[in-house]
Design a protein around this ligand. Sequence first.
Ligand SMILES: N=NNCCOCCOc1ccc(-c2cn(C[C@@H]3NC[C@@H](O)[C@H]3O)nn2)cc1
Length: 448
Amino acid sequence: MTIFKFPQDFRWGTATASYQIEGAAQEGGRGVSIWDTFARTPGKVFNGDNGDVACDSYHRYEEDIELMKKLGINTYRFSIAWPRIIPDGDGEINREGLDFYHRFVDKLLEAGIEPFCTLYHWDLPQTLEDIGGWGNRRTVDAFVKYAEVIFKEFSGKINFWLTFNEPWCIAFLSNLLGIHAPGNKDLQTSINVAHGLLVAHGKAVQSFRRLGTTGQIGIAPNVCWAEPYSKSPEDQAACDRSIALNTDWFLDPIYKGAYPQFMVDWFAEAGATVPIQEGDMEIISQPIDLLGINYYTMGINRFNPEAGVLQSEEVDMGLTKTDIGWPVESRGLYEFMHYLQKYGNVDVYITENGACINDDLENGKINDDRRIAYYEQHLAQIHRIINDGINLKGYMAWSLMDNFEWAEGYRMRFGLVHVDYRSLVRTPKESFYWYQNVIKNNWLETRI
Ligand SMILES: N=NNCCOCCOc1ccc(-c2cn(C[C@@H]3NC[C@@H](O)[C@H]3O)nn2)cc1
């Protein structure tokens, strides 16, 4: 038995996102988002699932906060649905939407839980996608207007802010691979989206500073840690490209004011260029206060000229996988956090980490031992990372409860709390009680 103690001020939390839990898709003045449209497009989402009801957290948020209090977390990451605030994306403000989030945030604060707010977690107003989405500068300006509304409304209540969740998913999963909304499959479009969201990020940070908004602001890239299948230079280069597209493509412009040249050259070979306008890189590289890091898995990659635009493919090494098919390998988190040091020892929060384990109720309990094992391994790595002097300040498990897992619909379950989607009854899983104990003790007891 080994005990890993965490720092006294370490933040323990969970994370969710608006489209995945709220439901009430046609209530409270909410406008249509690209995920409403995508989910209704035949073949895009498993079983034709959509977020019309989801976990109904729009109506059940007080019950959710009671679960958070029971869990003992001091931090809760959530996202605000832009279509609730400015329903047509760039027009009238919807007071009812603001009032909903005020009620929610006030309840969190009453419970002694720090709100950790993501401004954009993929639910773009459809009207803005209709004019070209993030590739159109009007969308960038509309985002800044939306962000400024939120900053003015919630300054003093919210002190932890993220502009964008997983920019790689927004740009490349959604506009090159076509797996997420809006489902484009075009390299130039995806590069335009990536650049547009980076400019929007930088402008929002400028507004945040100019308005004197309370707290700290950052962004949450998703991590794709990869190691080479062989020692060949081609396999190493294939790994470098895979890591870079998730991380460096976004963090180099933010921290260095320029895209990674080797990737710019790689895309130029494929006939795509970055639509940089005068002043863009200065805007994008506004200093930020923190980074959110979302980690799930890592890959062993090799060069394959047939494997997409990156010519990099993951090799199945026969590792234990979660039920969504992702290898369980916590070592990648440790390696990635050291890779991240090239941007300096910046304040980092793990804003998502968790396992898709589709265990169901048995005699009123969910014995999700595999999820507990996943968390045990990853929290042990978190402890190693902190011990190495890296400024890792907090950890938010994905997710508080089962929810709408995008193209996988409701079949994939990441929650510490089980949700019965017919009755909407919430049932804490065994992993909930395990995590509750870690938080209560502020230490991890491992079996290793
Ligand atoms: N890399 N190349 N892949 C090539 C082929 O990929 C096929 C599928 O790809 C992916 C990659 C990544 C994801 C993903 C999902 N989550 C979980 C959510 N995070 C934010 C929060 O909302 C959670 O629900 N994080 N990441 C899904 C699919």
